[in-house]
Design a protein around this ligand. Structure first.
Ligand code: 3PY
Ligand code: MG
Length: 248
């Protein structure tokens, strides 16, 4: 459900393909399988994409499934896309050279040098390099001082579709709190610089809001691709709500 042109999503930390399938039919626009901090690995990512990715045809409107690989690594980015992920959200990029290597890993020639291995083509993933290149959502995380310093150059790289702010790492790197990061609305504030870089390059600005309450603050800075919950939060909050409803 796209609301006011914002795409809302969830991070998935537990490696449950069935939980992703359930979440993917709730109206969320996207789900990120987190192989950096969550439990996802190659096998479980493939299993989740079987149930809820391009192979899961005929199931109606579904969230797009993207993957956060463990690192900004050539092989890991290619494997996530080979598995059928709609895109990758790449963590801990520390400058324009890192970002350039990420583009090379995510795209087939001529834009990059991803290796051709269409293992999912029979199940709905694009079979040729041009279609695959067209369909990829490549988000570079802005969560280090190096990435912030180079944010304009990163945004301008052909193939980069989105700057995705990781507020926990970014605020730690800048020596401030997340609340201070969000409250700083100055023209040269970190989030204003990310927003301006994305706008100048004509690409998207996304962020890990994490909780619904932080989404509006990011949206006020111009972000329109926001994680607002997680599989663990929906489980625990759902249980808390049920307990309260049973025994107010
Ligand atoms: C961050 O806030 O640093 C993140 O990577 C969110 O997962
Ligand atoms: Mg981070």
């Amino acid at each position: 459900m796209t609301t006011d042109s914002i795409e809302y999503g969830a991070f998935s930390f537990i490696d449950s393909p069935a939980a992703v399938e359930a979440l993917s039919a709730t109206g969320l626009d996207w789900i990120c399988l987190d192989a950096q901090h969550g439990r996802w690995d190659d096998r479980s990512v493939l299993a989740a994409l079987d149930l809820a990715g391009p192979a899961a045809t005929g199931k109606g409107e579904r969230a797009r499934i993207v993957v956060r690989p463990r690192a900004a690594d050539f092989g890991l980015i290619g494997r996530a896309l080979d598995a059928g992920a709609a895109g990758v959200i790449v963590p801990m990029v520390d400058g324009v050279d890192d970002a350039r290597r990420v583009v090379e890993a995510a795209y087939f020639p001529p834009l990059g040098r991803r290796s051709f291995g269409p293992i999912r083509a029979p199940y709905g993933a694009p079979a040729d390099v041009a279609a695959a290149n067209d369909g990829i959502l490549l988000a570079i995380m802005i969560e280090t001082a190096g990435a912030l310093a180079a944010v304009d150059e990163i945004a301008a790289l052909p193939g980069v579709d989105m700057l995705f702010v990781g507020p926990f790492d970014l605020s730690a790197a800048l020596g401030i709190t997340i609340d201070e990061l969000l409250a700083d609305t100055g023209a040269d504030s970190p989030l204003a610089r990310v927003a301006a870089a994305a706008a100048a390059a004509g690409i998207r600005f996304g962020a890990f809001a994490g909780i619904p309450e932080r989404a509006a603050a990011f949206a006020a800075h111009g972000a329109d691709f926001l994680s607002i919950t997680s599989d663990t939060d929906t489980l625990t909050l759902g249980a808390h709500t049920a307990l309260l409803r049973a025994h107010p």
